[in-house]
Design a protein around this ligand. Structure first.
Ligand SMILES: Nc1nc(=O)c2c([nH]1)NC[C@@H]1CN(c3ccc(C(=O)N[C@@H](CCC(=O)O)C(=O)O)cc3)C=[N+]21
Length: 319
């Protein structure tokens, strides 16, 4: 079954269908707020927030994300430092670069794009990033803070998903949230954020005994498996809110490629209450949250008194 057919009757993102959660529009609003914050930060400190992005190897899809991030960073008025290293880069060399970025006062945020080549241990690298510059929130300090409910830096993709959920749910208390995919990057931190919203949370690996049965229990369903069109219509509780984190590049009819999610959108749309599209859902929010985290890191680094990021965003989404 295809995720979207060319003659699909389903309204496309940007057509203001209230059922579709428009990640592009919400990301645009957040990015504008960040740009405002960057100007205020500059006025107060004379400095400009700087983000370093490190890409090892030349996976074409990763290069597109990295370029998108650089573009958005400039649009928000921040400085962007790109480091593209060859596929053969050794772990010691990468750790060396991270150490230099940690020590560089022009850099407030560091993101090392995952996955890394086999010869490099991703845990060692993410933990080498100074916690106050860990804008991906993947190191053990920020992951621990999230688990304990202490203010810290929250991973961009789950944070973006939470903001999308808040755009349709004023209160998530008591809802059953089902997360399929239990990665450190998305599934686990997503579960923590949903627990903090007072949801009842189930986090499953893809090989759970009855994924469809579990998914159908979800008032909220977050899918982050990287398996294209895994979630069909009969996986969805009628009226549920569906957040599709999957991004797979698939061949398109014109010989080019297009992006597809983990949810069969056309099958899910009639049953869901709200649903995110791919593209135009979680992806743009990930980048907007990265910019937000970078500004936040710069503010904390400059000793500016800032409330916890999540509370900050809570009052923003409430306003
Ligand atoms: N340390 C680390 N942190 C990450 O956050 C991280 C990572 N590694 N590795 C790769 C994934 C992937 N990722 C995306 C970000 C934005 C879009 C995005 O902007 N997507 C647009 C479309 C972009 C396009 O059309 O090419 C959309 O969905 O609408 C996609 C994917 C971040 N990741």
């Amino acid at each position: 079954m295809t995720t979207t057919s060319p003659d699909s009757k389903i309204p496309k993102p940007g057509t203001s269908d209230p059922k579709i959660i428009d990640g592009r529009a919400i990301a645009k609003t957040l990015t504008a707020r960040v740009a405002e914050g960057v100007r205020a930060f500059h006025a107060e400190t004379g400095a400009t927030p700087g983000l370093a992005v490190v890409l090892v190897g030349n996976d074409p899809a990763s290069e597109v994300y990295v370029r998108n991030k650089a573009l958005q960073t400039h649009r928000a008025g921040m400085r962007s430092f790109m480091h593209m290293l060859p596929e053969t880069t050794g772990e010691a060399e990468l750790l060396d670069l991270v150490a230099r970025l940690n020590a560089d006062p022009a850099i407030h945020g560091i993101l090392v794009q995952l996955p890394l080549p086999k010869q490099i241990d991703p845990v060692r690298v993410t933990n080498a990033i100074a916690p106050e510059k860990d804008v991906d929130g993947l190191g053990e300090v920020n992951a621990g803070r999230l688990a304990l409910g202490i203010p810290g830096i929250v991973p961009c993709t789950p944070l973006g998903c939470l903001l999308l959920l808040r755009s349709v749910h004023a209160d998530m208390r008591g809802k059953h949230a089902v997360v399929i995919g239990a990665s450190n990057l998305v599934g686990k931190p997503m579960g923590q954020l949903l627990l903090a919203e007072n949801c009842t949370v189930s986090i499953a690996h893809i090989d759970t005994r009855d994924p469809k049965g579990l998914a159908r229990e979800g008032d909220i369903l977050v899918v982050a498996t990287g398996r294209r069109a895994l979630v069909q219509g009969d996986w969805i509780r009628p009226g549920a809110t569906i957040i599709d984190v999957g991004i797979t590049r698939v061949p398109a009819a014109d010989g080019k490629t297009r992006l597809a999610g983990d949810v069969d959108f056309d099958a899910a749309y009639p049953i869901a209450g709200h649903i995110t599209p791919v593209p135009g859902g979680v992806g743009p929010m990930t980048i907007a949250c990265l910019l937000h985290n970078t500004l936040h890191a710069a503010q904390l680094g400059a000793g500016l008194d800032r409330s916890g990021l999540l509370d900050d965003l809570r009052s923003e989404s409430a306003s």
